[in-house]
Write a protein that binds this ligand. Structure first.
Ligand SMILES: *Cc1c(COP(=O)(O)O)cnc(C)c1O
Length: 223
């Protein structure tokens, strides 16, 4: 069950205390509320709690929720899923930040629909095959290609390994690469590892469960 608006506001306050306890000013860490798996009431609860950045992994979920939310000017939608080129046209009217650019052709598809759009390059920091994100080695070239295509690349994004030691190492390495490339933003940290991420210098954390509670089981497909 999605938490009530009051509970989401309390969860947010607890997250901000935990960020402060890591020695970071919570105002320097943007919280993207990840509403995947929850209904439009999660978006309303996040907005009521004062959040403005909402993230979704699925094109259908983003388009449906953006349609039922207040005007786009009040909400910054972050797209967090793999970018399928055939979905870019549907997403483009709503997405403010494309967090998962990992190839030149994906960057090109986004730039054609949304010239100058804000983007992050996703790095497959765990190196697990089949995961979203470009390799460590390809990252500088993908950043260049995305810029060349006409996107405004503001930073790097990653999903770390579940093991905290591995995650810490990956976050540190990504923070260093971000600095080397002269980028401002570092989108790392989810419910299970956001404290490690903010200690490593995260500027954007993407939080679902810790704000909204466990995701309801995906609905069964009915015939
Ligand atoms: C689901 C998801 C999140 C949020 O995960 P939680 O563990 O619920 O905080 C963040 N980023 C991405 C890319 C996700 O897919």
């Amino acid at each position: 069950m999605t938490r009530s608006a009051t509970d989401v506001a309390e969860s947010l306050a607890a997250v901000e205390r935990r960020i402060a306890a890591c020695g970071r000013d919570p105002r320097g860490v943007r919280i993207v509320a990840v509403t995947k798996g929850h209904g439009p009431e999660a978006v309303q609860a996040a907005l009521a709690a004062g959040l403005r950045d909402i993230g979704e992994n699925y094109a259908d979920g983003l388009v449906a929720k953006a349609g039922s939310a207040p005007p786009a000017s009040d909400v910054r939608w972050h797209y967090l899923g793999a970018v399928q080129r055939n979905k870019v046209a549907r997403l483009a009217p709503f997405v403010a930040v494309w967090q998962t650019v990992d190839r030149a052709d994906v960057a090109g598809a986004i730039a054609r629909r949304s010239p100058g759009a804000t983007a992050l390059v996703q790095v497959n920091v765990a190196g697990v095959e089949g995961r979203n994100g470009c390799t460590w080695t390809d990252t500088p070239a993908v950043v260049d290609a995305a810029r060349h295509a006409g996107l405004e690349v503001i930073g790097l994004m990653a999903v770390a390994s579940p093991d905290p030691r591995a995650a810490e190492e990956q976050f540190g390495r990504l923070a260093a690469l971000r600095s080397e490339l002269g980028l401002r933003e570092l989108s790392i940290g989810m419910s299970g590892d956001f404290e490690l991420a903010v200690r490593a210098g995260s500027t954007i954390v993407r939080l679902g469960e810790v704000l909204f509670g466990a995701r309801p089981a995906p609905r069964q497909v009915r015939r």
